[in-house]
Design a binder for this molecule. Structure first.
Ligand code: HH2
Length: 279
C-alpha cells in the first residue's frame, strides 16, 4: 500500500479510475437509506465492484447541503458490520470522513485511502494519522460547512481560488508527513458553489491538473445537473452525471466518484475506444 495512489492509477493504464459510492446513511441526498442495512450495503459494494469500480468510497455521514453532523461513535457503529466485510472481499476501500477516529477505525479494518471533504480542517489529527499509516488521501475544496455552504457562495475567480486552496492544503498535509505521491485533489463540485462555479471548475480541470496531482471529480447526480436539465430527482440525473465525467476526463481528471458505476464505465470504455482509434 506504500504507493497507494500511483498503484491504483498505474494499474489502470491511463484509463479513468471509477470510485463507486456507498453511503451508509439514512439521509444522503440521492441514495439515503437505500444501503443502511449491512447486508444491503455489502451486496451493493460487490455489485458496483463487478460493474467496474476500482475503489469503493464508504461514508457514514452525509455532507449534503444543510446536513447535520454525525458523531464519530455513530459513524463507526454504521461502518462496523460493513467496511471490514467489504475489505475482506479484497475490494479497495476509501473512507469518506473528516474525523481521525473514524479514519483510524476504517484503516484498521482494511481501508487504503481517506477521503476528507474538509481537507484536514475539521480534525487536526487526520493528516498525521494518514502519514503514519501510509494511506492514500483525497483533499477536497469546500467553501464553508455543509450546514450553510450553499447560502451565498461567492468567488472572484473560482478556479484560481480553488487551485490556491488545494495547493495550500497539499502543503499542510505534506508538512504533517503525508507523501505527495499519495495525494489526490478534488474541486468539490456542489460544496459551496453555484451552477456557474461548478461549470467553471469542470471546464477548468486542466488548471487544477497543473498542480501535478491526480484530480478526482465528484459530480454524480448533483443538483447542478438538475438545474441545467430540469431533472429534479437525483436518480434521473445519470446521463448528465456521465456527461460531467466525460468532460472532466477530457480536461485531465483521473478519478470519478459515481453512484452509477456500470453506466459510467460503459461510457468511459466507448470514449477510450474512440480515442484509441484516433491514435
Ligand atoms: N461528494 C459527496 C460526498 N463526498 N467526496 C469527494 N471527494 N468529492 C465529492 O464531490 C463528494 C465527496 C456528496 O455526495 P454523496 O456522498 O452522494 O451524498 P451525501 O453527502 O448526501 O451522502
Amino acid at each position: 500500500m506504500s504507493a497507494f495512489r500511483d498503484d491504483i492509477l498505474k494499474s489502470h493504464m491511463g484509463l479513468p479510475v471509477v470510485m463507486g459510492i456507498l453511503n451508509l446513511t439514512p439521509d444522503s441526498f440521492s441514495d439515503g437509506g437505500e444501503f443502511f442495512r449491512a447486508p444491503d450495503a455489502i451486496a451493493r459494494a460487490r455489485q458496483i465492484t463487478a460493474e467496474g469500480a476500482q475503489i469503493i468510497d464508504i461514508g457514514a455521514e452525509s455532507t449534503r447541503p444543510g446536513s447535520e453532523r454525525v458523531s464519530p461513535a455513530e459513524q463507526i457503529a454504521r461502518l462496523r458490520d460493513v467496511l471490514p466485510a467489504v475489505a475482506a472481499d479484497g475490494i479497495t476501500v476509501s473512507i469518506d470522513t473528516t474525523r481521525s477516529e473514524v479514519a483510524g477505525f476504517a484503516l484498521d479494518c482494511g481501508a487504503s485511502m481517506v477521503n476528507d471533504v474538509s481537507a484536514g480542517r475539521d480534525d487536526a489529527g487526520l493528516f498525521s494519522l494518514v502519514a503514519e499509516r501510509g494511506a492514500g488521501l483525497c483533499l477536497m475544496h469546500m467553501l464553508g460547512k455543509p450546514k450553510t455552504m450553499q447560502a451565498d457562495p461567492h468567488y472572484e475567480d473560482v478556479v484560481a481560488e480553488v487551485k490556491d486552496f488545494l495547493a495550500r492544503r497539499v502543503d499542510v498535509a505534506c508538512a504533517a508527513g503525508v507523501q505527495r505521491e499519495r495525494i489526490v485533489i478534488d474541486p468539490g463540485i456542489g460544496f459551496g458553489k453555484r451552477l456557474e462555479h461548478n461549470l467553471a471548475l469542470l471546464a477548468g480541470v486542466g488548471e487544477l491538473c497543473s498542480l501535478g496531482l491526480p484530480v478526482l471529480i465528484g459530480a454524480s447526480r448533483k443538483r447542478f445537473i438538475g438545474e441545467i436539465s430540469g431533472a429534479e430527482t437525483p436518480v434521473d440525473r445519470v446521463p448528465g452525471s456521465i456527461a460531467a465525467c466525460l468532460a472532466g476526463w477530457r480536461g485531465g481528471a483521473r478519478m470519478f466518484r459515481v453512484h452509477d458505476v456500470g453506466a459510467t464505465v460503459q461510457a468511459f470504455k466507448v470514449a477510450a475506444a474512440i480515442d484509441a482509434a484516433g491514435g
